[in-house]
Design a protein around this ligand. Structure first.
Ligand code: PMP
Ligand code: GLU
Length: 398
């Protein structure tokens, strides 16, 4: 018998991946599922990006590349940051990994460990706390509420600081709430760190998906002193519908990138050569595809909000970015559905999936009991039919 490790026993499975797997199993068994679990665009990757990958494979770009990525991909990332955010960076400050999740893992592994504290505002993306725990560092959760638009205040941040604080994780636009901090709000937050040695890991993967007049902010550009203390994370999964290509990156001070490069060289060598060629095309090619997908997400957001707001007992702030609705369902806790009593977000999601075949992710996985997350990165017909089903199921409560 092979015993599994303490590390393996300490890691929780990703709740988003688990919910997606459940839906896939039900679909394979012939059941029609209204699946709003995974945050994954339903669009295919734009054609010119696929063409670039095909050309790369055919022309022999099928070998290992430098661990942190090709010169072309790093140059494309630097050019994109200058154009999109006005951020200057050099190739030594860029590392490409196998998805932004991998970039976050490497960034944490390169900067924190046992005895260190990492401040994470809740609700947070499902993987943050486990990725921190895997390094031996301690996640310090700061609870935010729907009333504050799920925003952490500078006073809350200051109260969470201790001599062991090493890193603050920010994520705007946010998964799961869709919260977008304004530039001024972020300035006030980071100013609370100026006289400390706390660094910032800013996950900006939804930066090209904001709605109305909201705009994304690149945290590294907020203050001159902050650039040397910020690790910016992003990736192609969301903006370019490239989840399966596994392209994520970090922009950080050269010494941090070097440490991440060393870790990555032992872990995975380079990311896929063909995917890197696709990423170059994504970042340097025509950007209309991004605007078109954003327009469709905006329409789905409107539809989702109008349908959810018409359900009695459901409460949510309008998401300013990303493609999630994060709503309060506590009005239904203590009620019985088809003989099953719902007591929390997990039992709510389980009963909803079993009885009505609507798949949501429980808020508890994001550190926010009482809520559930719906991804609206799926077509409008599914949103309409699935939310009608949800409404009908909720009305059946005893
Ligand atoms: N950060 C956030 C906030 C996310 O929602 C996701 C979702 N996939 C990721 C990082 C990781 O993305 P990927 O690994 O596909 O690049
Ligand atoms: N980030 C997406 C989500 O939150 C995809 C799944 C994952 O990477 O966990 O659903």
């Amino acid at each position: 018998m092979i015993r599994t490790s303490k590390l393996a026993a300490s890691v929780k499975p990703s709740a988003t991946i688990a919910a997606g797997t459940k839906a896939r199993q039900l679909k394979a068994a012939g059941i029609k599922v209204f699946d709003f679990s995974l945050g994954e665009p339903d669009f295919n990757t734009p054609q010119h990006i696929c063409d670039a990958a095909e050309k790369a494979a055919e022309s022999g770009q099928t070998h290992y590349t430098p661990t942190a990525g090709t010169a072309e991909v790093k140059a494309a990332i630097c050019k994109w940051y200058k154009a999109f955010h006005g951020l200057d960076c050099t190739p030594e400050q860029v590392i490409v990994s196998n998805g932004a999740k991998h970039s976050i893992h490497n960034a944490l592994a390169a900067t924190v460990g046992p005895g260190d504290e990492v401040i994470i505002p809740t609700p947070y993306w499902v993987s943050y706390s486990d990725l921190v725990s895997m390094t031996g560092a301690t996640p310090v959760l700061v609870n935010t509420t729907a009333e504050s638009g799920f925003k952490m205040s500078p006073a809350q941040l200051k109260a969470a600081l201790t001599p062991n604080s090493r890193l603050l994780m920010l994520n705007s636009p946010n998964n799961p709430t869709g919260t977008v901090y304004t530039r001024a709000e972020l300035e006030a937050l980071v100013d609370a760190l100026e006289k400390t040695e706390v660094a910032v890991l800013s996950d900006e993967i939804y930066e090209q998906l904001t709605y109305g007049d909201l705009t994304p902010t690149c945290v590294a550009t907020l203050r001159p002193w902050l650039k040397d203390r910020t690790i910016t994370i992003s990736g192609a999964s969301k903006s370019y519908a490239m989840t399966g290509w596994r392209m994520g990156w970090a922009v950080a001070p050269a010494a941090v990138v070097k440490a991440m490069d060393t870790i990555q060289s032992q872990e995975t060598s380079c990311p896929s050569s063909v995917s890197q060629a696709a990423l170059v095309a994504a970042l340097t090619g025509p950007q209309e595809c991004v605007a078109e997908m954003r327009k469709e997400f905006a329409a789905r957001r409107e539809l989702t909000l109008s349908l959810l707001n018409a359900i009695p007992g459901v409460k949510l702030p309008a998401p300013g970015g990303a493609f999630y609705a994060f709503f309060d369902v506590t009005a239904y806790f203590g009620r019985t559905f088809g003989g099953t009593k719902v007591t929390d977000s997990l039992s709510f999601c389980n009963a909803l999936l079993e009885q009505a075949h609507v798949n949501l992710v429980p808020g508890v996985a994001f550190g926010a009991e009482g809520f559930v997350r719906m991804s609206f990165a799926t077509n409008r017909a599914t949103i309409e039919a699935g939310l009608a089903k949800l409404k009908e199921w909720l009305a059946s409560a005893n």
